[in-house]
Design a protein around this ligand. Structure first.
Ligand code: ADP
Length: 246
């Protein structure tokens, strides 16, 4: 099976500030990768490099077997950034319109066809937001907005879902339901890359953990992560560890 993402010796600095140093990481199709590390450790930067939003200073990036420069299947990737919610708040659009955006990659500048409308309805049903279809995105809770953005990714037939702290500001019950949904999507074969500051949540759910602090300290299954000293090394004495219950 083709790997979903392949990074080799990726380095990137914002001016003088190194954000990633020699990071090599392969994400297999179907994997659920939890990306952890203290604040400012390069997690969002790594996601941005993977998705082609930032070009690394050195190293190579492949998506689904293609060098990122020649990868033109953007619809296969759904990105729910930390800023999605803020943007959603600024845009006067309904939930259904947001989900329809997921079909644009398939219809170009043309109008949505019956099959596109079906895909939009199916995606909204899948994440349980059909009853919110006509609501302004700005009127929704954070958790509902995140589900709308996931529905947009599903409508575009995304194979890879990248999420940057999707449940910040979401209450505990909604968060559990949200992660239940991610588990289901992963069971259905969607590759998931999740940045989440609560380490307990990540190690309970992910099949692989990447622990980062500019350099990659550990990459492996949750068990090998717990057995390693990566957590202590990556977090040092920053006191930022959240939810580490082992
Ligand atoms: P994380 O997502 O783990 O919190 P980031 O990838 O956002 O980490 O940031 C990694 C490092 O790069 C930090 O030192 C951060 O201050 C710096 N950084 C992030 N974005 C920018 C930017 N746009 N300009 C300058 N420095 C940045």
């Amino acid at each position: 099976m083709t790997d979903a993402v392949r990074l080799e010796d990726v380095s990137f600095a914002y001016g003088e500030t190194p954000a990633l140093r020699d990071v090599s990481l392969t994400i297999e199709s179907g994997e659920f990768l939890g990306l952890i590390g203290p604040n400012g450790s390069g997690k969002t930067t790594l996601l941005s490099v993977m998705l082609g939003l930032i070009e690394p200073d050195s190293g190579s990036v492949e998506l689904f077997g293609d060098p990122i420069d020649s990868f033109d299947d953007g619809h296969r990737i759904g990105y729910v950034s930390q800023k999605s919610t803020e943007k959603g708040t600024a845009m006067p659009v309904t939930v259904e319109e947001v989900v329809e955006m997921g079909r644009y990659a398939h219809v170009g500048s043309g109008r949505l066809r019956a099959e596109d409308r079906d895909a939009v309805q199916a995606a909204m049903e899948r994440v349980n937001i059909t009853d919110l279809a006509d609501r302004q995105v700005s009127s929704l809770s954070g958790g509902q907005q995140q589900r709308a953005f996931i529905a947009r990714a599903l409508a575009s037939d995304a194979d890879l879902l990248a999420l940057d702290e999707p449940t910040v500001g979401v209450d505990a019950d909604s968060r559990d339901r949200f992660y239940g949904l991610l588990d289901e999507l992963n069971d259905e074969g969607i590759t998931i890359v999740l940045i989440e500051h609560d380490i307990g949540v990540v190690t309970d759910r992910a099949s692989r953990i990447a622990c980062l602090n500019t350099e990659l300290y550990h990459h492996g299954d949750p068990e090998s992560f717990h057995e390693s000293d990566a957590l202590e090394r990556a977090y040092g004495s920053t006191g930022q560890v959240v939810g580490h219950h082992h």
